[in-house]
Design a binder for this molecule. Structure first.
Ligand SMILES: [Zn+2]
Length: 306
């Protein structure tokens, strides 16, 4: 079978590899789609994380089950939250499987994992329906946060984003107001929008110093800052404001698939609309990683179809 194998920075090769069969507690899945995650792009550009999640957003149909697997059968549709799934087949431990309802569209099902990251961040930060929220960044992470907040019924969601296509998408998906932080200073805009108070919750969804500063400066007295962006560089922040405004800051890097699946089942939000391209496995670098790395003005979320 064909599989994209990670060799190093900007070096991912699609190779013919031997099929592996499921061992005890594992199932084999024929992959329908595997989403390109921001973390995968990060690894492609900067090197592997200690426990690499490279290629973990796969949906597909079970083709074989190993010994001791009781709750899953051949033919079932599942989400395989296991790395190494940029391939025609993936082998996944049963604990990392999530069942996909029979009537759910494959594209919709495949964005479960990124939506589950937003679900976790929102849950971890204890965001409430009546909160006013600022999200810095409208890439896949920021847009999933927006949709999660919409699913919860949050009314006022402000966003900043430098890319025009992403600002348009955020507006289309129901953000209250979206601006370019290179043209408008976010903390000043937030102050104007909240009668000088600041937002209850500010969420960093980029992973750079300027957006972290914007979040810290936009949260109200005793407000919260949730950080979900992946940082490659150090960030220099004003700790005096953090202390005097008594800010609470959360780092989040896990998923809450049950909550995300609830949102998907209710049908109130359309997270699959952030998918801008479906590409073939052999084109994963040319049409996938390289395009995303170049900050292409069209792409937001790309899925690989092996
Ligand atoms: Zn992911």
């Amino acid at each position: 079978m064909k599989k994209a194998v990670y060799y190093g920075i900007r070096d991912v090769r699609v190779e013919e590899v031997a099929d592996t069969e499921p061992e005890a507690g594992q199932v084999k899945v024929k992959v329908k789609y595997c989403g390109i995650c921001g973390s995968d792009l990060h690894e492609y550009l900067h090197g592997l994380f200690p426990e690499s999640p490279f290629g973990h957003e796969a949906t597909g149909v079970i083709t074989a089950v190993g010994p001791d697997v009781k709750d899953y059968q051949v033919g079932q549709r599942v989400y395989a939250l296991t790395p190494g799934s940029y391939a025609e087949y993936t082998v996944c431990p049963q604990e990392q499987l999530i069942r996909i309802p029979e009537d759910m569209d494959w594209l919709r099902a495949t964005v479960l994992e990124p939506l589950a990251g937003a679900a976790y961040a929102i849950d971890r930060g204890g965001v409430k329906t009546e909160d006013t929220v600022f999200i810095a960044g409208a890439g896949p992470v920021g847009l999933m946060l927006l949709l999660g907040l919409k699913a919860m019924g949050v009314q006022n969601i402000y966003m900043s984003e430098i890319m025009e296509n992403r600002r348009k998408k955020a507006e289309e998906l129901g953000a209250t107001l979206v601006w370019d932080p290179l043209e408008v200073k976010s903390p000043a805009r937030i102050k104007a929008l909240t009668n000088g108070r600041g937002v209850d919750v500010a969420i960093e969804a980029v992973g750079i110093e300027s957006t972290l500063k914007d979040c810290l400066a936009s949260a109200r007295y005793q407000g919260k800052v949730i950080v979900q962006g992946i940082f490659t560089e150090r960030a220099l922040v004003h700790m005096l404001g953090f202390v005097t405004r008594e800010t609470t800051m959360y780092g989040t890097n896990s998923i809450h698939p049950d909550l995300a699946m609830q949102w998907l089942k209710t049908g109130a939000i359309k997270p699959e609309s952030i998918v801008t391209s479906v590409i073939s496995l052999v084109d994963i670098f040319k049409n996938g990683f390289d395009v995303l790395a170049a900050k292409n003005e069209k792409e937001i979320k790309i899925l690989v179809e092996p």
